[in-house]
Design a protein. Structure first.
Length: 324
């Protein structure tokens, strides 16, 4: 009798081989993304790429539900509520205001902060090592880098005595970032001119105020508001001949003079690993909030030339990327 026969006779009895039980198919992971802006968005693209690298394929083992506030912060709470009601496995949020909105809507649904400036200072998490409850993710250290950004700007424009600071007072991390900037300004011998803008419509007046105050340069706080309106801000800085420092390389890519900070798209790819771990059963409270370990200085020499500005050679040598 052939070995491959399905029936084996042992002592006259027929013994059937064990039959493997069918395993129920795992349902696709269902994640929600809450974003204060509008599509398309390079940060979301970074997250999706990170998920693809981990083996997730939309339409097969992954479904993503999006909610875009389109620059209207008052919509964030309602959009977060909608996502939570759709029974998502994980809620991924972009920027501090969206994080706070998500946290107000649920204390149980796992929330991953893909982009957050100061989660401890704003009370989102207890501490970085043990965030507690249902929120974890990544801090971009916006406030911690504020003084360094002003220092690099002063190095690029050594004659600058008065620096305009563009910010949205509604952003959660504003208070601490302003304090850090003020401390650096005292050390550098720079006078700050705070100019606030709560909406896109207020940007023209903000830059007009900077011009009236005879600002020599501009620094923009690294918050979601600035990122949402990055092209308009970079254009206004150019029109007003203001050398400007920004928090993310995306500004330099579209014509901003310089940017210093973490690579946010890379951080988003890293955030995908937290989404994956939570889907597989990890508790957000046990996942420490991570901070970036690498920062990049990007200088746009084409913009410098248009401004009639000569960037010191030492600063150019320290740059991670120079756009010519």
């Amino acid at each position: 009798m052939r070995r491959r026969e399905f029936i084996t006779f042992l002592g006259g009895a027929a013994v059937w081989p064990p039959v493997a039980r069918a395993q129920p198919a795992r349902r696709p992971a269902h994640i929600g993304i809450l974003h204060p802006g509008s599509p398309p968005d390079p940060w979301v693209d970074g997250l999706r790429q990170g998920l693809r690298d981990l083996g997730y394929v939309e339409g097969q083992n992954l479904s993503i539900e999006y909610r875009w506030a389109e620059g209207k912060g008052e919509r964030l709470d309602g959009l977060a509520e909608e996502l939570i009601a759709s029974k998502i496995d994980v809620l991924v949020v972009m920027t501090g205001p969206a994080v706070l909105a998500a946290k107000r809507q649920s204390t149980t649904v796992p929330i991953v902060m893909a982009v957050s400036g100061d989660p401890v200072g704003t009370g989102v998490v207890t501490n970085l090592a043990r965030p507690g409850r249902n929120v974890t993710g990544f801090s971009l250290m916006s406030a911690d880098l504020a003084g360094l950004r002003l220092g690099v700007l002063k190095e690029a424009v050594p004659t600058a005595k008065r620096v305009a600071v563009l910010y949205n007072p509604a952003e959660p991390a504003t208070g601490r970032e302003m304090r850090e900037t003020e401390a650096a300004a005292q050390t550098l011998g720079v006078t700050l001119q705070p100019i606030e803008a709560r909406s896109a419509d207020a940007l023209d007046q903000a830059f007009a105020s900077a011009a009236q105050g005879h600002a020599d340069a501009l620094i923009t706080f690294a918050h979601g508001f600035a990122f949402l309106h990055r092209r308009r801000i970079a254009d206004l800085a150019a029109q007003n001949h203001l050398p400007a420092m920004y928090g993310w390389r995306e500004f330099a890519d579209i014509g901003g003079l310089m940017a210093y900070g973490p690579n946010v798209t890379a951080t988003l790819r890293r955030a995908a690993t937290y989404v994956d771990r939570i889907i597989k059963g990890a508790n957000p409270a046990d996942l420490p909030v991570e901070q970036p370990t690498k920062f990049e200085l990007v200088i746009n020499l084409k913009t410098a030339k248009a401004l009639g500005l000569e960037i010191p050679s030492g600063l150019i040598l320290r740059a991670d990327e120079v756009i010519e």
